[in-house]
Write a protein that binds this ligand. Structure first.
Ligand code: IMP
Ligand code: MG
Length: 179
């Protein structure tokens, strides 16, 4: 698996520092609030599981499954909800926990959909941000790291459902996805 990685962008240690810092910030910002962490499966699950242990608040978690990608490396813009949140959002302060904000098409669709359910508030916490590729207005209030426009894998992020279990974030050799 390692031979398919061209370069490591975030080491395990750097990711640990990021999740700790973001967890502390969320703990401060959401004191006294009714936090619901929503992870977008599957990519967001590794980040969520580390981040939530750095949040010192009583909070709930839930999951959504959406699909917008197929097995390619570009978003189709076609978002399909495969599993929705199970509980009403009316009194919740929702934090969407994502692996990466790329074109933003997936998250802008989800945010618009969830806003109609009148949550107290809704924000995005993303491990990675690829601002160069943004196609929608969506903004994340909490960002772990900005990265250049390269296809990355690891720490939840996949190519063709593989590499999610790498403990770091790395750039895939282009030969792997162009062949
Ligand atoms: P967006 O709708 O283009 O912002 O991307 C949504 C989803 O595409 C993310 O949650 C990821 O699952 C996936 N994605 C975007 N960029 C990458 C990447 O560089 N590597 C792996 N998955 C990616
Ligand atoms: Mg994906």
């Amino acid at each position: 698996m390692l031979k398919d990685i061209k370069e490591i962008l975030l080491t395990q240690q750097q990711i640990e520092e990021i999740t700790e810092k973001l967890g502390k910030k969320l703990t401060e910002d959401y004191a006294g609030k009714n936090v619901l962490l929503v992870s977008i499966l599957k990519g967001g699950v590794v980040f969520m599981s580390d981040l939530m242990r750095h949040i010192d608040l009583k909070c709930e978690i839930d999951f959504m499954v959406v699909s917008s990608y197929g097995s390619g490396v570009k978003t189709s813009g076609n978002v399909k909800i495969i599993k929705d949140i199970d509980i009403p959002l009316e009194d919740k302060d929702v934090i969407i926990v994502e692996d990466i904000l790329d074109s933003g098409l997936t998250l802008s669709y989800i945010i618009n959909m969830l806003k109609e359910r009148n949550p107290n508030s809704i924000e995005i916490c993303t491990l990675l941000d690829k601002p160069a590729r943004r196609q929608s207005e969506v903004r994340a209030k909490y960002i772990g790291a900005q990265i250049p426009d390269a296809f990355v894998v690891g720490y939840g992020l996949d190519f063709d459902e593989k590499y999610r279990n790498l403990p770091f974030v790395g750039v895939l050799h282009p030969e792997v996805y162009t062949k």
